[in-house]
Write a protein of this length. Structure first.
Length: 361
């Protein structure tokens, strides 16, 4: 079984209010929801054409609860992976740059010898004829419902009638997914009123697709929003697979995506076993698994299509440049020894002075 694993946005759960930020927000009037940082893991089983999609996001919001939408080509199965957000921390630690210390002499030291975000609550009511609820469940702290629709405007209306923010821009965003018969999964999050920042733990979405992708498309009003141009967004995608991978907007050769490959190399057997625990029971990553890491710091993002992944023509390794750490360092100068030497020198001078005085007399 050949698996390709890409780290995509983790559709998360059980809230940790100390964590903090979101994806494509659409708050109700007078409320605020913003993404500051996103990380993602996608696991691609080439044999069964199954993608396992895991995302971590943090949300900065003053809304009491909110949700987000995630498009997939087929109906996803939702589950909580065996390992949680620690997988993202471990991947970040794995790709950390080498740290080189350089001493800087500062003097003498005299001394003795460390998806779309929606800000309205969701109720799971019977669907309209043009919108069908394929499944609804509580998973890892989320209320999640998987939707299928025949018309984007009807789906937008269905969301609006159930308390979601809706707009013409949202209808435009939904249109290509509805036309392609994709499914829309709506997640609802409730946050602790005492905290403005909200973080999520992980939910795995597993679904069949022709090629691995990251859901990058954003509604037009969010790409044009003032906070989208603030330059403070970071998307990090970890892609684990049988080879080094590249990403392209829309999947075409000319689909320029601002995501940069910042790290690419094979991972150890121990790490292959650990990150394989993100997969359903009985699945595993392929031998000689590669990790490709992408960072997208663009703001606003060119979110007009999805980012699709394919084997890179460049199969060499890429590592982050070493970090030069300047360490202040003083030259050891034992104070007690210096005092002894001074006393000895003074004693010698005293003896010599007395000798010369005696000779003079």
């Amino acid at each position: 079984m050949v698996l390709s694993v890409a780290v995509a946005l983790l559709l998360s759960a059980a809230l940790n209010p100390r964590l903090g930020q979101a994806c494509a927000p659409a708050p109700r009037p007078g409320q605020f929801v913003r993404i500051a940082e996103e990380s993602a893991i996608i696991i691609w089983d080439e044999k069964t054409r199954t993608q396992h999609f895991i995302r971590r996001a943090t949300f900065d919001t003053d809304a009491p609860d909110f949700g987000f939408l995630v498009p997939t080509p087929t109906e996803p199965a939702l589950a909580e992976p065996e390992i949680d957000n620690s997988a993202f921390n471990d991947l970040g630690y794995l790709i950390r740059p080498e740290e080189i210390e350089k001493a800087k002499i500062t003097g003498f030291n005299f001394e003795p010898l460390l998806f779309y975000t929606l800000s309205r609550p969701m109720s799971l009511k019977a669907p309209m004829s043009a919108v069908r609820v394929l499944s609804a469940q509580r998973v890892a702290g989320y209320d999640a419902v998987v939707l299928e629709a025949d018309n984007a405007a009807e789906l937008n209306r269905w969301l609006d009638e159930r308390g979601y923010a809706s707009s013409h821009s949202l209808t435009e965003w939904l249109t290509p997914y509805v036309a392609a018969r994709w499914k829309i999964t709506a997640f609802k999050i409730a946050k602790d009123a005492d905290y403005r920042e909200v973080g999520t733990s992980s939910v795995r979405m597993s679904f069949t697709t022709d090629r691995p992708f990251f859901p990058y498309r954003e509604p037009a009003d969010q790409r044009e929003a003032k906070d989208a141009r603030a330059g403070n967004r970071l998307l990090r995608v970890f892609f684990l697979g049988s080879s080094r991978m590249d990403g392209a907007l829309g999947g075409g050769a000319s689909g320029a995506w601002p995501g940069q490959t910042v790290w690419a190399d094979r991972i150890s057997e121990a790490n292959r076993e650990r990150f394989g625990r993100l997969l359903p029971h009985g699945s595993q990553l392929p031998p000689n698994t590669w990790l490709s890491v992408f960072e997208d710091k663009s703001s606003p993002r060119p979110g007009t299509d999805e980012v699709y992944f394919a084997p890179s023509k460049q199969q060499g390794t890429v590592h982050l440049p070493p970090v030069i750490k300047i360490v202040d360092q003083s030259i050891p100068a034992p104070l007690d020894l210096i005092v002894i030497l001074i006393l000895i020198g003074g004693l010698i001078l005293l003896i010599e002075w007395k000798r010369r005085r005696n000779l003079a007399s």
